[in-house]
Ligand binder design. Structure first.
Ligand code: AR6
Length: 180
C-alpha cells in the first residue's frame, strides 16, 4: 500500500527490515546498550556485521524515545538510525516516548539529508506495546511530521506479519480518512 501526503510517499508493506535494498536508511528497534538483540536488533546487527556494534559502543546507552545514527556496514543501506522504544508498562508515558522515537528519527534523517527511511513497528515485540495503539502513535506522528520534511521523500513501514500489516493499513486509513 502506498499513499502520498504533501509530496512524501508513505508505504506499508510486509517484509524484513534488514533486506530493504532500495532504501537509504533503516531504523533499528534497539536496546539501550545498542547491542545485538532479538527481533529487529538481531536482524540488523547480523546483517551489518560486528562493525556496527563497534560503532555503536561510544553512543550507548540511549534513553527511551532517543535516536542515534550510524553507518550501515554490511547492510544494503547507507545509515542505521537506532531508536529505543518504551518498554510497555515500565517507561512512561509510553505514547509520548514512542512518538519521540519516530519524530527524532525523522529529524535525524533530515539533518543527514536522507531521502528514504524504513521503520519497523518499534516496541511491539519484546517491549510489549500493543499493536493497535502503537500503530496509531507511529502513523499519526509520521503523518504529522510530513509537512516539516524537505529531504525525506519516502517513508516505509516494514511489518513482519500479515496481521501487523493489516492493522497498520486499518489505522492508516482511519487517520487519512479523517484529516487528508
Ligand atoms: N523485520 C521487520 N520487523 C521485525 C523483524 C524484522 N527482521 N523482526 C521482528 N520484527 P522487536 P521492540 C517485528 O522485539 O519491541 C530486541 O531484542 C516484531 O514482530 O524487535 O522494540 C532489542 O535488543 C515486532 O512487531 O523490538 C531490544 O531489547 C517489531 O518488529 C528489544 O528487543 C518490534 O519487535 C526491543 O523490543
Amino acid at each position: 500500500m502506498e499513499h502520498t501526503i504533501k509530496g512524501v510517499s508513505i508505504e506499508l508493506m510486509r517484509g524484513d527490515i534488514a533486506s530493504q535494498e532500495d532504501i537509504s536508511t533503516v531504523v533499528n528497534a534497539a536496546n539501550a546498550e545498542l547491542r545485538i538483540g532479538g527481533g529487529v536488533a538481531g536482524a540488523i546487527h547480523r546483517g551489518a556485521g560486528p562493525g556496527l556494534e563497534e560503532e555503536c559502543r561510544p553512543l550507548a546507552p540511549i534513553r527511551p524515545g532517543e535516536a542515534v545514527i550510524t553507518g550501515a556496514h554490511n547492510l544494503p543501506n547507507k545509515y542505521v538510525i537506532h531508536c529505543l522504544g518504551p518498554v510497555y508498562g515500565v517507561d512512561k508515558p509510553e505514547d509520548k516516548l514512542l512518538e519521540n522515537c519516530y519524530r527524532n528519527a525523522l529529524q535525524l534523517a533530515e539533518e543527514y539529508g536522507i531521502d528514504s527511511i524504513a521503520f519497523p513497528a518499534i516496541s511491539t515485540g519484546a517491549f510489549g506495546f500493543p499493536l493497535e495503539p502503537a500503530a496509531e502513535v507511529a502513523l499519526h506522528t509520521v503523518i504529522t511530521e510530513v509537512k516539516k520534511l524537505k529531504s525525506v521523500k519516502l517513508i516505509r513501514f516494514v511489518l513482519f506479519s500479515e496481521k501487523d500489516l493489516e492493522m497498520h493499513k486499518k489505522v492508516f486509513h482511519a487517520i487519512v480518512g479523517k484529516s487528508h
